[in-house]
Design a protein around this ligand. Structure first.
Ligand code: DC
Length: 229
């Protein structure tokens, strides 16, 4: 137990589009550390529920699905991510906007969060982990030695989301994305369990107008100060 906890974790929490995913993946690559995309797990529960015809109101059945998720994360030759559910490529479905909204609903059930907890904690492997989510610093890795809470303006987040969606061949308008992002933030912030909020010991960084490379440098410098990397 103590061994496992000696593995450093850098938590990157914040609302969608704040840059966590891009900065987190860059950090993991730079440091040669593992990367946990916890949002993808909630999205996968929503996708698996749709495939199995399970209603998004059926908390216990959703928790069962979450425990049993047979998922594999990889990348193709172009460095594009690939997510498989029981051997089937579900990358586009996982990244769809509607899935984000469904994931936010699914994520409000304590039983679902509990079902995904051990899986998330098991990704804490040497030499280190970059953990991307909403409750990495508050619930999943409360003892993490470095916790960052990334924020950005709603407009910038919508623009980033738009770019991301276009890369996945998905069309969306910026105004509708701003509305969607603000709605989902509200739902994530106001839920009773593990709401989106900074841990008391988290450092808040505003990524508006900043390049991922610079944010990455800043976080690595903080990690060096703490002798984590
Ligand atoms: O980061 P994302 O957009 O892929 O996350 C999708 C949803 O999953 C998000 O709206 C809230 C939920 N989520 C969560 O509740 N806790 C996490 N650690 C990560 C995501």
């Amino acid at each position: 137990m103590h061994e496992a906890h000696a593995v450093p974790v850098i938590c990157l929490d914040g609302p969608s589009g704040s840059g966590k995913g891009t900065v987190g993946r860059m950090l993991a690559r730079r440091l040669g550390w593992h990367f946990l995309d916890s949002g993808a797990l909630y999205r996968l529960v929503a996708v698996a529920a749709r495939q199995a015809g399970i209603d998004l109101g059926a908390a216990d059945e959703l928790a069962g699905l979450a425990y049993a998720l047979d998922v594999a994360f990889s990348g193709d030759e172009q460095g594009r991510e690939r997510i498989e559910l029981a051997g089937r490529d579900v990358t586009a479905a996982v990244r769809a906007e509607t899935t984000g909204a469904d994931a936010s609903r699914v994520a409000a059930y304590p039983a679902v969060r509990e079902a995904l907890l051990a899986r998330q904690q098991a990704s804490r492997q040497a030499p280190g982990l970059i953990a991307d989510g909403r409750d990495m610093g508050t619930v999943v890795f409360p003892d993490a030695p470095l916790k960052i809470f990334l924020i950005a303006s709603a407009e910038e987040r919508a623009r980033r989301r738009h770019k991301q969606l276009m890369e996945h061949g998905i069309d969306a308008s910026i105004p509708s994305l701003i509305k969607e992002i603000e709605g989902r933030d509200r739902q994530d912030r106001e839920r009773r369990i593990a709401p989106l909020k900074p841990a008391p010991d988290a450092l808040t960084i505003d990524s508006t107008g900043r390049l991922p490379e610079h944010l990455c440098e800043e976080i690595i410098a903080l990690g060096r100060d703490r002798k984590l990397c």
